[in-house]
Design a protein. Structure first.
Length: 79
């Protein structure tokens, strides 16, 4: 693809709505991913449902943003 074609495409994409750009970005990222193994998506769906159930039952320890940020910075700083 020529640089001129890429610039035209970029200009057109930036004129899309935020929702349209997000949808396009999602599709482009998915196109870069390797093929998904059979059953992986279903397994993730089950894991999400399990974690939500833990939260709803009060069995999960949730972190607020600041606590999460501190833990992440501590972990990165200790590598």
């Amino acid at each position: 693809m020529s640089n001129n074609t890429l610039e035209k495409l970029r200009s057109q994409v930036l004129n899309l709505s935020e929702l349209e750009r997000a949808d396009l970005a999602h599709e482009l990222i998915q196109s870069l991913d390797a093929p998904v193994e059979e059953g992986v998506e279903a397994a993730w769906d089950q894991e999400i449902v399990r974690r939500i159930a833990q939260i709803d039952a009060g069995q999960a320890k949730l972190l607020d943003r600041e606590e999460f940020r501190k833990k992440l910075q501590d972990r990165i700083g200790n590598q």
